[in-house]
Design a protein around this ligand. Structure first.
Ligand SMILES: [Zn+2]
Length: 126
């Protein structure tokens, strides 16, 4: 199976932040794919809900794809802390979860593990 996740591609991160801005006032939501330990691709799923309150994936839509390591979603406000719903979701699926918030830049995001604990995910240039 997959080893440790050691970073996120800078280009992907800016793509995420752009998508988050474009999705305002809604949330942006996607799955994260990693290769060789670096998160570097998004997987957009049909049937995801992008509401104003919370973006929740329907679990039955989840692909069986071992390159998927977690999720990313945006908060239209200034907090990148996981909500209670986010925490419930993190526990059930994936290992790395990113939340980005306004102003959607390289400093406004945070990565969490499946228990909602902040993890260090360095930005790497591929
Ligand atoms: Zn959230």
């Amino acid at each position: 199976m997959l080893g440790r996740i050691k970073g996120i591609d800078r280009a992907l991160l800016s793509m995420i932040n752009r998508a988050a801005r474009d999705s305002l006032p809604n949330e942006f939501l996607a799955m994260l794919r990693a290769e060789e330990g670096v998160v570097q691709e998004l997987l957009l799923l049909p049937g995801t809900l992008q509401g104003e309150d919370s973006a929740l994936l329907s679990l039955h839509m989840m692909p069986i794809d071992y390159t998927v390591v977690g999720t990313v979603h945006s908060h239209p406000g200034h907090s990148n802390r996981p909500s209670r719903q986010d925490l419930e979701f993190f526990r059930r699926y994936g290992r790395v979860h990113i939340i980005t918030c306004l102003p959607f830049n390289e400093r406004s995001w945070k990565a969490y593990d499946h228990q909602g604990r902040p993890i260090d995910l360095p930005i790497v240039d591929l």
